[in-house]
Write a protein that binds this ligand. Structure first.
Ligand code: KIV
Ligand code: NA
Length: 264
């Protein structure tokens, strides 16, 4: 496979091969994750709180996210690059959504876009797909709606399961090629993954999703502090950088760097 495309993901689901996805926001991480064989690179609006220093994903703008998208798109040779539509850039109307998504495809070089919302976003999804833009939906807990959802909480528990299930079917019917499910009980996510024809990508949604996604700063230990239950840490990048920076500072303070080997 030269470049992962939507049909490859559908084929993976059919043969039971799990789909891998990570966020990436710059050239080197995109190169590394692409080399590792990660299928999908998401230039998430999570750049807001993982790169730009904001507390949530809400403040990031299209103009801020586009350069990151371009960097990842230029750097990934095999992975499919997903542009994440920021809060407020697509909810007003299908037309607004289309114009924003076109920017992610043309200026950002993304191969598809992701947007948050279920049944209520069906007309938007259909509009984009009809206009040539593959859409990945995102249901369950949707961070851009944290203020209407009342904070970071699991969606689809108990009676709430019906809504998440209905949203999953609605985005599939609207034409989405895949759907992210965030913080959904594992049994509900498993049922949805069985019922849908399109692949499901879970984050805090159990092992029965067709694929998984994590924010790389969470997965590889750059972010510190209290972590959501669904995060597993696979590396300790922060320690590596911290030790490196300390060693560099000690060498400079001690006038042992640069030594003759690193001087002209
Ligand atoms: O922006 C993001 O990182 C996301 C993933 C958590 C799915 O939307
Ligand atoms: Na996002």
């Amino acid at each position: 496979i030269k470049r992962i495309r939507t049909h490859h993901l559908a084929e993976m689901k059919q043969r039971g091969e799990k789909i891998t996805m990570l966020t990436a926001y710059d050239m080197y991480t995109a190169q590394v994750f692409d080399e590792a064989g990660i299928d999908l690179l998401l230039v998430g609006d999570s750049a807001s709180n993982n790169v730009l220093g904001n507390e949530t994903s809400l403040p990031i703008t299209v103009d801020e996210l586009l350069p990151f998208t371009r960097a990842v798109a230029k750097s990934a040779k095999r992975a499919m690059v997903v542009g994440d539509l920021p809060f407020g850039s697509y909810q007003a109307s299908p037309e607004q959504a289309y114009l924003t998504a076109v920017r992610f495809m043309k200026e950002g070089g993304a191969h598809c876009v992701k947007l948050e919302g279920g049944a209520e976003m069906a007309p938007v999804i259909t509009k984009l797909v009809q206009g040539g833009i593959p859409v990945m939906a995102h249901i369950g807990f949707t961070p851009q709606s944290e203020h209407t959802l009342g904070g970071y909480r699991i969606q689809g528990r108990g009676a709430g399961a019906e809504k998440v299930i209905a949203d999953a079917h609605a985005v599939e019917e609207a034409g989405a090629f895949a759907v992210v499910m965030e913080m959904v009980p594992a049994d509900v996510a498993g049922q949805i993954s069985k019922e849908l024809h399109i692949p499901t990508i879970g984050i805090g949604a159990g092992v029965d999703c067709d694929g998984q996604v994590l924010v790389w700063q969470d997965a590889f230990g750059l972010r510190t502090g209290r972590m959501p239950k669904f995060v597993k840490q696979y590396a300790d990048v922060r320690s590596v950088l911290l030790e490196g920076a300390k060693a560099y500072a000690a060498d400079v303070k001690g006038a042992t760097f640069p030594d003759p080997e690193h001087s002209f």
